[in-house]
Design a protein around this ligand. Structure first.
Ligand code: ZN
Length: 298
């Protein structure tokens, strides 16, 4: 039987908007949020729109294109703005408080505890957002928006490196993919899903660079062929070498030697190991490297 789509049967579900930079996720998110806010009183629910402080900082760097208080506003690259019901949160733990407050407000105003939570740039939060989504009841509708893949072309790791956005995708009832057009000058492919990061020296970002950088970096939508990540193949070799050793791990020096044998310069091995240790994919214990990566990383 065909299900009739109503606002009522959104409650109890989670929906995600995913895709690369330039695919129009923020536009679509703001469009949906505005519609949900406009009908909140007449259809009897309370809306909370959430953004992370990392996004505030990025917006402050781009201040010339931004209007108003960045902590209380979400703006797309095309200039679409929403400010009503927008809250900035420090960590995902605050989501639980925000939901409790919204439930009480909804109960008082409408005698129903129906709440809509909408999260922008979800990839900037910590992995607690996965627990939050897993805990939602039938009176809550969650809409989230975020980059599914990092500049490395891998599932985006949350800020505490304990889960990825793919864990959130697994918990979502429906996902809407918003692909883009490849921005490489020699390419006209549509429906592309990768985000190319170009650093301050106008070069593709190396795999070992920080996952989130607040600064003047360029991001472009790219197809798989034109998505360039120097060091990615080498990172995969090092990671799989450590991972297959399991709990016993591999000696630090041994990995450098193995790296050199397959053509990875010592400096690059060091840069990649720094990255894996920083992001808690490897743990260094008594000169042994042990794989401690997230289950959904690959
Ligand atoms: Zn292309």
């Amino acid at each position: 039987m065909l299900e009739i789509k109503t606002l009522d049967n959104l409650f109890g579900t989670t929906e995600g908007l995913i895709g690369p930079m330039g695919g129009g996720k923020t536009n679509e998110f703001i469009r949906r949020c505005k519609r949900l806010v406009n009908f909140a009183d007449s259809k009897r629910y309370v809306v909370r729109i959430v953004k992370s402080p990392i996004d505030d900082r990025i917006v402050q760097v781009l201040r010339e294109v931004f209007e108003g208080d960045p902590t209380k506003t979400i703006q797309s690259r095309d200039g679409l703005i929403i400010s009503k019901g927008v809250y900035s949160i420090k960590d995902s733990y605050e989501l639980f408080h925000l939901l409790d407050e919204a439930r009480i407000e909804a109960e008082e105003r409408f005698g129903l505890s129906r709440v809509v939570i909408a999260i922008s740039e979800t990839q900037f939060l910590d992995s607690g957002v996965v627990d939050f989504v897993d805990s939602l009841d039938n009176n809550t509708y969650l809409l989230w928006e975020g980059l599914d893949k990092s500049f490395r072309g891998e599932p985006f790791l949350f800020s505490d490196y304990k889960a990825t956005i793919f864990d959130l995708m697994d918990l979502s009832d429906e996902l809407f993919n918003l692909p883009a057009i490849c921005e490489h000058p020699d390419c006209t492919r549509r429906n592309v899903n990768y985000t190319q990061r170009i650093n301050e020296e106008e070069l593709p970002s190396h795999y070992g660079e920080e996952l989130i950088v607040v600064g003047e970096l360029q991001y472009q939508a790219r197809c798989r062929e034109h998505h360039i990540v120097p060091g990615r193949r080498k990172a995969n070799i090092l990671r799989s070498t450590v991972r297959i050793k399991g709990n016993q791990g591999i000696k630090f020096n041994e990995l450098f030697d193995l790296g050199e044998m397959v053509g990875i310069p010592v400096d690059e091995t060091k840069q990649l190991l720094d990255c894996f240790i920083r992001e808690k994919q490897f743990q260094l214990k008594d000169n042994y490297l042990i794989y401690t990566g997230t289950k959904n990383h690959f």
